[in-house]
Ligand binder design. Sequence first.
Ligand SMILES: Cc1ncc(COP(=O)(O)O)c(C=O)c1O
Length: 290
Amino acid sequence: MNYTRMVIEKEAPEEYGYDRIRYNLSESSIADQKLSEIGLSLPDLTLFYGEHRGDKQLRALISAQDAGISPDDVLVTAGAAGALFIISTSLLSANDHLVVIRPNYATNIETPRAIGCAISFVDLAFEEGFAIDVERVKAALRPDTKLISVTCPHNPTGTMMSRTELDALVALAESSNCRLLVDETYRDLSYDRRLPTAASLSPRAISVSSLSKAFGIPGIRIGWLITRDAELQEKFLAAKEQIGICGSVIDEGIARGMLERRDVFLATLLPEMAKRRDIVQAWIDRDPLV
Ligand SMILES: Cc1ncc(COP(=O)(O)O)c(C=O)c1O
């Protein structure tokens, strides 16, 4: 592995200094939450090694969000970032090829680069509404392609694939004997429609998400990956165990509390965000250069 620091992380607000930033106009998450704001306090937890896959109840809360997913399909990780690292390092070697639908989250490009694998990019264009042309993805595939990587809802544009496009990418991964990674970290911030978690559609698809963005609690470093391929999950678990054995029982305890409140939390958040979206849209409609 040939690591170099990513610009996005060097320039992150927490690295630059929260106290030096007056107005953060580029934040992609909701405001960071305090324990008291979400009605949580720290329970008197036993600080043992937690279950390696992640707390059972937490995995049950995550899997309950989607039909066809069981708690054993879920691996709790140190944020979505931890999940993405586990996936890249488990699936890719210097002899493999990866297709990245770009823009994509930096880790989905830089970890494969650190591994040294070959990467083909399928660039999304403003003029095309950042729509994914599945035929271009297909044309980028090679016999040594191990993974197709995409982010949806998309960071930084906020656009989403249609169900038809998602199905077409899943079908492509199945027919090409490779895997589809869908980074779904912003999924709970979808306004009108939520796509099914990709992993529920095929054992060839892997989903990643976390509590960082829609729930505003990135400091607990809780994310997860989902795969219905039990053999692959065993490999991902081996990677997690070699990195850190298990997650933090304190982080997992808070995550459990947050997900128990999930529906109520999102029910107040999403209408407020839709209101703000409409205000911004009204500005844009008035002056397209805004
Ligand atoms: C698309 C995407 N994936 C993953 C992450 C990492 O999030 P986490 O805090 O869950 O590690 C981010 C953070 O900005 C992101 O934007």
